[in-house]
Design a protein around this ligand. Structure first.
Ligand code: DC
Length: 237
């Protein structure tokens, strides 16, 4: 009772379900911290590749994971930045290459174990919005609000395509479609922490829904669940 942990909103879902954008929008509106857990897997993919540490040496991967010093910040122009040891790694982390390698590393139990503490360290006052695949099931099973976002495969591929194009990155729809199906398969069927909705999660199908409407639904539930603590910086959309 006396040592209550800061509140957490867990937002899980498959690639392209919009969880990153929704989590970021909700965190900003509430004035809470943000954890983009997928970025941690992507950063590990990048760092391990640079260091020449392969998937055959899980103990070395775990050590690298435990040592990650990552911050998610918003620049004065409102853009999201991912900092590793204070260095901006946003572009490389967001590439399809990092995402693919991240998905491969994510099946390794030692990698997941190494990232547990890093992820939980983001739980700070006034609260945390965490997005990923296992936020509500494994990392924050006590989260007071759990949301599981879904959307049709076609829409998820299109969203990914638009996102990458907007960032000036290379992408084709057929390649993205193939990659997304493969990643879904791997994320859902891995032995450790597979992607699935927690039994107490609210499942929201966002197909055809504008992001702002999904953020509003999350904020509405957050306010009902957390009251004053989720009063936020601004009311409404
Ligand atoms: O959400 P994303 O595309 O940035 O995630 C990259 C990969 O990391 C994804 O394919 C699966 C993995 N991941 C995970 O296993 N658990 C998480 N909590 C977040 C991401």
């Amino acid at each position: 009772m006396s040592t209550e942990l800061p509140p957490v909103i867990a937002i899980d879902g498959p690639s392209g379900s919009g969880k990153g954008t929704v989590a970021s929008g909700a965190a900003e509106a509430l004035g809470w911290h943000l954890l983009d857990s997928g970025a941690l897997y992507r950063i590990l993919a990048h760092v391990s590749q640079q260091a020449g540490v392969s998937a055959d040496t899980p103990a070395r991967l775990e050590a690298l994971a435990r040592g990650l010093r990552v911050d998610f910040v918003r620049t004065s122009t409102g853009a999201e930045q991912i900092l590793l040891d204070g260095r901006d790694v946003t572009t490389v982390v967001r590439s399809e290459e990092s995402g693919k390698r991240a998905s491969e590393l994510a099946v390794i139990p030692q990698v997941r174990q190494g990232l547990v503490g890093v992820q939980r360290s983001f739980r700070r006052t006034p609260g945390l919005v965490a997005d990923g695949r296992d936020m509500g099931t494994v990392i924050f099973p006590d989260a007071g609000l759990k949301i599981f976002l879904t959307a049709s495969v076609e829409e998820r591929v299109q969203r990914r395509y638009n996102q990458l194009k907007q960032k000036g990155l290379n992408a084709t729809l057929p390649a993205l479609f193939r990659d997304l199906i493969a990643r879904d398969e791997r994320d859902r069927n891995r032995a450790v922490s597979p992607l699935k909705a927690a039994p107490d999660a609210v499942v929201l199908d966002t197909t055809g829904m504008p992001v702002a409407a999904v953020v509003d639904q999350v904020l509405d539930r957050a306010r009902r669940r957390y009251g004053e603590a989720a009063a936020g910086r601004r009311q409404g959309g």
